[in-house]
Design a protein around this ligand. Structure first.
Ligand code: YSA
Length: 336
């Protein structure tokens, strides 16, 4: 039986195959078990001899199966290791990195500049009520100045904020002076789109409120921003303007010496002024207290796309929002 079994065990090439052979010999209905069952028919002496012989066969068969099983398991392991071997000399897969959008980078730069001047960076909501977008900023519904902001109206009477200025009223309603904040964010206008106008664009609002704030604080602050954005030789100039929420109001331009082109010019960036006393009155009404009575403050607002277009020579505002990698990739890495 041993030789017979050996002939079958030796060529077995898999564990299931070996198991089948094992059942054939050692299973409940196997050949050896059948032999053991015949022991009962023998005389006690013969049974002893035959029993001992069969036990030896059983032990030998078990050893044969165990050895073969080990051999097959080792072979399987070897094969698995060989198939999973790692070729450390193969070149790796290039790791694709993304980058921040140019507008995000400019917003971050502005936030860093203003944080250095002790400002908090806060954000407002893009869907606004008429109250905060207009009325609280001294632009009641009958006021012709509403036409300055072509507005997207929602069916429920709310608006997509036309500027970041509503956060002036919201912040003052919620917090007491003195404070300094900047508010970067998206703004919307129902305007014909062209190379310098988009229906959605970004602004940065600034507001500082305290007892002794003057227009020269405003100028100094804008000048710090200009130097941070356009270098130490940059400066700011005011031009009289009109906004219902500031009095006096001034548009501001920034002087920039472009090192790349060697050109120097004045660039209009945005509007500013001293917070109108009526805005403080509206805020007192919202708060139902007099904390803002007698306060003074300055405010300003500028277009982020405008800064980006000027500084990096982007000729058309629409490029920022077309997600064309040929454009976006030009503004990765060091921009200086
Ligand atoms: C003025 C005085 C303050 O005390 C505070 C804020 C302001 C700014 C005011 N809220 C405002 O929105 N003025 S603005 O209509 O002249 O817009 C400011 C800047 O946003 C512009 O100088 C321009 O750079 C940008 N802008 C306006 N409409 C735009 C636009 N950028 C792209 N597309 C448009 N459609």
């Amino acid at each position: 039986m041993i030789n017979e079994a050996k002939l079958e065990i030796t060529p077995a090439s898999s564990l299931p195959e070996l198991q089948e052979i094992k059942v054939k010999y050692l299973g409940k209905k196997g050949l050896l078990t059948a032999e053991l069952k015949t022991l009962g028919n023998l005389s006690p002496d013969d049974r002893k001899i035959r029993g001992a012989a069969l036990n030896m066969i059983k032990t030998e068969l078990e050893a044969l199966f165990d050895n073969k099983e080990l051999e097959l398991k080792n072979a399987a392991l070897e094969a698995k290791l060989a198939s999973e071997s790692l070729d450390v000399t193969l070149p790796g897969t290039a790791f694709q990195t993304g980058g921040f959008h140019l507008l995000t980078r400019i917003i971050d730069d502005l936030a860093t500049i203003y944080k250095g001047l002790g400002y908090q960076v806060v954000q407002g909501q893009e869907v606004e009520t008429e109250l905060y977008n207009f009325d609280a900023l001294n632009i009641p519904s009958w006021h012709p100045a509403r036409d300055l902001w072509d507005t997207f109206w929602l069916t429920d009477g709310r608006v997509l904020r036309t500027h970041t200025s509503p956060m002036q009223a919201r912040f003052m309603e919620a917090f007491e002076p003195p404070f300094r904040i900047v508010v970067p964010g998206k703004t919307y206008r129902f305007e014909a789109v062209d190379a310098t106008h988009e229906a959605m664009f970004h602004q940065l609002e600034g507001l500082a409120v305290g007892k002794n704030i003057t227009m020269s604080d405003l100028k100094g602050t804008l000048e710090e921003m200009a130097k941070g954005l356009f270098g130490e030789t940059s400066k700011v100039r005011f031009q009289p303007s009109y906004y219902p929420f500031t009095e006096p109001s001034a548009d501001f331009a920034v002087y920039w010496e472009n090192k790349r082109t060697g050109q120097a010019k004045w660039l209009e960036l945005g509007g500013s002024g001293m917070v109108h006393p009526r805005v403080f009155e509206e805020v007192c009404k919202l708060r139902k207290d007099e904390v803002y009575a007698g306060q003074r403050g300055f405010a300003f607002g500028l277009g982020i796309e405008r800064v980006a277009m000027i500084k990096y020579g982007v000729p058309d505002i629409r490029y920022f929002f077309q997600n064309d990698l040929r454009v976006l990739k030009q503004f990765r890495g060091n921009l200086e």
